[in-house]
Design a protein around this ligand. Structure first.
Ligand SMILES: Nc1ncnc2c1ncn2[C@@H]1O[C@H](COP(=O)(O)OP(=O)(O)O)[C@@H](O)[C@H]1O
Ligand SMILES: [Mg+2]
Length: 157
């Protein structure tokens, strides 16, 4: 079953609230894939996610390092940027798919590696025409694990 919800985040704080609502459901082994154009808010979302997960680590884009780890109360948050990866083969060659069971994983440009994580929550960020501060976010769930998460975030924002 695929379930989706759409959110309009009218400013940075609203995107942060959505991240906090998602964070409430996350546990070790979960994978969140983030997509959308450069500047759409993927890194900002991960930053708010890390804070909501109890991390005081500074979140920056792992565009060049490919991955960052942050210490959170629930365990480690693995932040990946797949932008510079040639594809899922390189992701697997680096052993990144094998790290996911030990952490909560958030992957920017996640669509590129979705095949390595059949069970995932997907978030698509888009600009809103005529409003520089707003973003639209569509959350998609596959399977019963993520169904309840989408249902609850729908109520939260
Ligand atoms: N509602 C919003 N949600 C997220 N980011 C926003 C929002 N409004 C404006 N922004 C700005 O958009 C930019 C998003 O950058 P970033 O999170 O690095 O995007 P990405 O990782 O998708 O390339 C930041 O400069 C942020 O301040
Ligand atoms: Mg980014």
């Amino acid at each position: 079953m695929v379930l989706s919800s759409s959110h309009r985040c009218s400013d940075l704080a609203a995107t942060g609230s959505l991240a906090a609502a998602v964070a409430e459901h996350l546990k070790i082994g979960d994978v969140v894939l983030l997509d959308g154009p450069i500047g759409a808010g993927k890194t900002h979302f991960v930053s708010a996610l890390a804070a909501a997960l109890g991390s005081s680590d500074q979140v920056t884009s792992p565009t060049y390092t490919i991955m960052h780890y942050y210490e959170a109360s629930a365990g480690q948050l693995l932040h990946v940027d797949a932008y510079r990866l040639s594809g899922i083969g390189e992701y697997r060659d680096l052993g990144m798919d094998e790290l996911a069971p030990e952490a909560i994983t958030a992957v920017e440009w996640g669509e590129r590696v979705a095949g390595a994580h059949p069970e995932h929550l997907s978030l698509r960020f888009a600009f809103v025409a005529g409003d520089d501060d707003a973003r639209s976010v569509t959350i998609k769930a596959s399977g019963s694990r993520w169904q309840s998460v989408v249902g609850t975030t729908q109520e939260a924002t």
